[in-house]
Design a protein around this ligand. Structure first.
Ligand code: LLP
Length: 463
């Protein structure tokens, strides 16, 4: 799903299966800044450091596996999005990528808003003190209780996803004597170039109300009639891990087309449009993501142009990046447990985590990079598959990569770009305990989400 692909071609033709991968020309000790958090480097002994702390210190103090998050990098990226979009637009960080109270506070301090998609995410946001009016509440099947909590809390917007929900939110708001600000999520019929499970704007999927066949227009018609709702705009999210801006272009064109139809039919110009998240990041050196300022410029230009030709005032734009902010800021630190060469195939490197801390490889065929981080090595590269400790052969963290041939149990390796959708999609499969998230900054580390314990597991198991 990442565009990354290692160039095919035999190098160790005698040991690698035909058509397999060429050992990388670059130094295996090098850390490509595209995929590693910004403060990552190696110290004089070759040990990787982040936020001024060595990974060996982090492993000693907090154990492995652990997600290590570079706070300065997170704040930089959040600020870059905020600055790029300026004061005429809003940036909602998509909490599903990774949410914790510390992260909510950083976002608040950096001036970002927050997109939540469940009662649990809403509770986390409110517990950390995010002002409710800066929260957007998403989801294709929000429960009546969740809707009530959101309305009572005073969230800035609820993104409506179905005809039933239009009525539910309207009734609830009215019964509480209030008018809820809402956007209507539509599907614009764009096929985003990404994995099927994370593309969301083609019509044959569960999110949003199709533009096709006039359904979206009908949804707006109904919502505008309901006293409990203040319709502030239209929402479109076309998918995730997208590099090509053309999908956004088509989406903006169609959303603005709907705004124009609404103006023509109802005499109302809706003041906002949200173009969702989905901007891709580099998981391997082959990926070339765009910078926030390029994205902001492109999106603003597209919307302005489309509105000019439709003779509409340009609405306030909002975006919802999740992965593009948090993804590159963290890596997963593992200890190597076993190294098992399979003759003529590859070497299986087992680590102390696996699909329970990173399901993306198994689920989406996602590609990741990996590096030896507790030391450097001049040994010949060997083709490896990094696997976890779960009872499942699909328990793969990095499918194909090169690590130094002298890799041994006890070495620390790290998988970069695991800040998004790894801890947030982590599971307890095999009763493996979910790793902590440790944030580092200016030579100090602190646990922002602690490691799960066997007591945590047993507390849920009521016997
Ligand atoms: N806004 C909406 C309405 C969304 O549904 C999503 C992601 C985002 C924003 C944030 O998208 P981002 O900028 O993070 O790509 N688990 C998958 C990704 C699922 C994304 C779901 N919605 C993965 O690991 O790739």
């Amino acid at each position: 799903m990442s565009r990354s692909a290692h160039p095919a071609g035999p190098r160790h033709a005698d040991v690698l299966p035909e058509g397999h991968y060429t050992a990388p020309a670059e130094d295996l000790n090098a850390l490509d800044p595209k995929v590693w958090a910004r403060t990552v480097g190696r110290d004089a002994d070759g040990v990787v450091t982040v936020g001024g702390i060595t990974v060996t210190q982090l492993a000693e103090e907090y154990g492995t596996p652990a997600y290590i998050l570079d706070e300065a990098d997170f704040r930089d990226r959040a600020r870059a999005w905020r600055t790029a979009f300026g004061t005429d637009a809003d940036v909602f960080y998509a909490g599903k990528a990774f949410l914790s109270r510390a992260v909510v506070r950083w976002l608040d301090e950096e001036g970002l808003n927050l997109d939540v998609c469940s009662g649990g995410e809403l509770a986390t946001a409110l517990a950390a003190g995010m002002p409710a009016e800066r929260i957007a509440f998403h989801g294709n099947n929000k429960s009546p209780e969740e809707i009530e909590r959101a309305v009572r809390a005073g969230v800035g917007r609820i993104v409506l996803d179905s005809f039933q929900e239009i009525v539910r939110v309207a009734h609830l708001a009215q019964s509480l004597g209030t008018r809820q600000r809402v956007q209507i999520r539509i599907t614009v019929g764009v096929e985003a170039h990404t994995h099927e499970f994370i593309a969301t704007a083609h019509e044959d999927q569960k999110f949003g109300i199709p533009l096709a066949g006039g359904q979206a227009a009908e949804a707006v018609r109904r919502a505008l009639q309901l006293d409990g709702l203040e319709v502030i705009g239209i929402h479109s999210h076309i998918g995730s891990q997208i590099f090509d801006m053309s999908g956004f272009e088509v989406a903006a064109h169609r959303v603005v087309g709907l705004l124009k139809d609404i103006r023509d039919e109802h005499g109302v110009e809706l003041p906002e449009i949200d173009l969702g998240g989905g901007l891709g990041i580099a998981y391997t050196s082959d990926d070339d993501p765009r910078e926030p300022h390029e994205i902001a410029k492109a999106l603003t230009e597209i919307v302005t142009r489309e509105c000019e030709s439709a003779r509409l005032a340009t609405p306030r734009i909002s975006v919802e990046p999740g992965r593009a902010i948090v993804g590159p800021t963290a890596f997963t630190l593992y200890e190597v447990g076993t190294v098992k060469p399979l003759d003529g195939l590859r070497t299986y490197v087992s680590v102390d985590g696996g699909m329970s801390d990173n399901i993306r490889t198994a689920l989406y065929d996602a590609e990741y990079s990996v590096a030896l981080v507790s030391r450097t090595s001049d040994a010949e590269p060997m083709l490896v598959r990094v696997v976890g400790k779960h009872c499942e052969s699909g328990d793969i963290v990095v499918k194909d990569a090169f690590l130094p041939g002298d890799l041994a149990p006890g070495d620390l390796i790290a998988v970069p770009a695991t800040g998004a959708y790894c801890r947030s999609m982590a599971s307890n499969y095999n009763h493996v305990l979910r790793p902590p998230v440790v944030s580092v900054r200016d030579g100090a580390a602190r646990v922002i989400v602690r490691r799960e314990t066997e007591e945590d597991l047993l507390r849920l198991d009521v016997g």
